[in-house]
Design a protein. Structure first.
Length: 613
């Protein structure tokens, strides 16, 4: 039935494919993931990935898998064309990485594609060409068995999407993350990764532990504990990190189920419980945990990325995870214990009977002294002396300013007082310290309480940001250079922040592949561990992968400031207190740290009266 007023119509395939591509193909890393998973499903034992400009210009994946017939080579680019499943029931018995049949059609819709493929039994291979989802040509070619697919000019026909791609460095790190997630779960496959013709990884066929070391460096080998348990419900294997190698953020934490990387906050909680009495609450342990589960007991078909998986018996698996990790930690004896080995016991001399007996010490005492005598008599220390001693203890008598007793008050209990007071820039600190954390001094509005660590963070932060802008800061050369060794993914971020580190005073030289020599450090941090500091700064920068250059400067400056600031719980000298209070007055914000924490607070007469009524 035709009606000229009908407004609903079926979209053309080209439009529908572009819409589908929005979910499946979000960035170059998405393309790498889909193509490599296809190669794995094809039975490959060697996969080569070549990139140009972090995948913007070219993504090429070469494998030695089954290959395709000429007909299948074309059909594979149709929407929902797949060899992985045939019925809906197959969704609950998946043994492959892919199954939706959306990847190739979505990728082809937003790029130029050239694919050569050949089966072992065929004499000639087939080449197919696609542009924007439309087939451009097909021909027979002489090629190796397997598949060689090249994706060029990603998002060439969607300028808005291409414009919102991040920097090459950021997109390459996304690809590295994706690559690691796949390589970790398939150590039985050899991988090679190149970016702009530079070798990034050459991974041979190896075991799981060797693969982890190949990806994250030799140092991680000594940090891992093996776990393994087999139950009727699930088999769990892999590695967990020793507590002493935990990190505050960005620990290497990976879950895999049936050969697939997943994210699972609920199971992550199970890991945390295993470490809860060993690690501080802000520390995270690394782990590489592999689950082997009956495919019918999980649901992978939740999200296009297939990283969200539902388990039928999550609550039953939870305690198994905790138990197997606790068992590994117990076997490694990570809980401190007393050493009863007599060989290590201190040597206690045996009393020599030949030595002349030592006479007991003589003690003189007053036989007239009565401990129960009247205590109301005047003490040898007067109350005045007691007051003086307390004053001296708290250094109250050093205060140059007395708190004003007449302060204009308001009925509004929430009244805020400005901390922007004008004083001599070189004023000596005249106050006292409390709890090794606060500087206490008088203020025109009451008693000013300043967290000296947070104040120092604000001062250092603004100094570092200024140094990055001017591209110059004072350096202190180290007596002995220190060697910085990085993983491939850490090195990718380090190359992006190296210039900023040098601008604030680091002197850094190349020292081999993914290694650097630290020759000098900023003058303010000569007592800090530069290696740990740079590692933590790389981690902080990695947590803001999409930050603009200016925001990245601020991230680096804040992380550095936190590392070298005064520590709470430590009393500082009067000179340091004077420096902090005077320098804080020169800062653009005297009230809050760069991450929004309060630096100072004025306790007003009104608030004091409220509590002492």
């Amino acid at each position: 039935m035709q009606d000229s007023n009908n407004i609903i119509h079926v979209l053309q395939d080209s439009v529908a494919n572009k819409i589908a591509a929005g979910e499946v193909v979000q960035r170059p890393a998405s393309v790498v993931k889909e193509l490599v998973e296809n190669s794995i499903d094809a039975g490959s034992d060697k996969i080569i990935i070549r990139l140009k400009d972090a995948g913007r210009t070219l993504i090429q994946v070469i494998d030695n898998g089954k290959g395709m017939s000429p007909t299948d080579a074309v059909t594979a680019f149709d929407r929902h064309a797949t060899s992985k499943i045939q019925t809906a029931e197959d969704l609950f018995s998946l043994h492959t990485m892919g199954f939706r049949g959306e990847a190739l059609s979505s990728i082809a819709a937003v790029s130029h594609i050239e694919m050569d493929t050949r089966r072992k039994e065929d004499d000639l291979g087939c080449r197919v060409l696609f542009t924007g989802g439309a087939i451009d040509g097909q021909e027979f070619v002489n090629c190796s068995f397997g598949t060689n697919i090249m994706v060029r000019d990603l998002f060439f026909n969607i300028p808005a999407r291409r414009k919102f791609l991040k920097s090459n460095e950021t997109e390459f790190r996304n690809i590295l993350n994706c690559f690691q997630q796949i390589a970790l779960v398939y150590p039985n496959i050899a991988f090679e990764l190149y970016n702009n013709d530079v070798v990034v990884f050459e991974l041979p066929i190896e075991n799981r532990r060797q693969r982890i070391v190949s990806l994250f460096g030799k140092k991680i080998n000594q940090q891992l504990l093996c776990i393994n348990v087999e139950t009727l419900l699930v088999n769990i294997s892999g590695f967990v990190g020793l507590p002493e190698f935990s990190q505050k953020r960005n620990a290497n934490q990976y879950f895999f189920v049936n050969g697939r990387y997943i994210q699972h906050p609920y199971f992550n909680k199970a890991v945390s419980i295993a470490y809860e009495k060993i690690l501080p609450h802000d520390q995270k342990a690394s782990y590489f945990i592999y689950f082997d589960v009956d495919p019918s007991k999980i649901d992978v078909n939740i999200h296009p990325t297939k990283t969200e998986v539902k388990f039928e018996d999550e609550s039953s698996i939870f305690p198994i995870i905790t138990a197997v990790i606790k068992e590994a930690l117990g076997k490694a004896n990570v809980i401190p214990s007393i050493n009863f080995d007599q060989d290590d016991a201190p040597s206690i001399p045996i009393l020599n009977s030949d030595i002349e007996h030592v006479a007991p010490p003589k003690i003189s005492y007053n036989p007239q002294y009565n401990p129960f005598a009247n205590t109301n008599s005047e003490s040898s220390y007067s109350s005045k002396k007691n007051i003086d001693s307390w004053d001296k203890l708290y250094e109250i008598n050093h205060l140059d300013h007395k708190i004003e007793t007449k302060i204009e008050t308001s009925d509004d209990d929430d009244r805020q007082y400005s901390l922007d007071y004008k004083e001599n820039a070189n004023t000596k600190f005249s106050g006292f310290q409390l709890f090794g954390k606060y500087l206490i001094q008088s203020d025109v509005n009451g008693i000013k309480i300043t967290n000296h660590q947070r104040a120092h963070i604000r001062i250092l932060y603004e100094n570092f940001v200024s140094a990055m802008t001017k591209n110059h800061s004072a350096s202190q050369k180290l007596l002995f250079p220190e060697i910085l060794e990085l993983s491939t993914i850490e090195n990718s971020m380090f190359s992006e922040i190296r210039e900023d580190l040098c601008s604030i005073g680091f002197i850094i030289e190349d020292f081999g592949k993914n290694a650097y020599q630290i020759i000098g450090v900023p003058s303010q941090m000569e007592d800090c561990n530069p290696i740990q500091l740079i590692h933590d700064t790389i981690t902080a920068a990695n947590e803001s992968p999409n930050a603009l250059a200016e925001d990245l400067h601020k991230t680096i400056a804040l992380d550095m400031a936190k590392h070298i600031s005064t520590r709470k719980g430590n009393t500082i000298s009067t000179e340091d207190a004077s420096y902090i209070m005077n320098s804080l007055k020169q800062c653009s914000d005297q009230v809050y740290t760069p991450d929004g924490k309060r630096i100072s607070y004025v306790l007003t007469e009104q608030e004091i009266n409220k509590h002492l009524q």
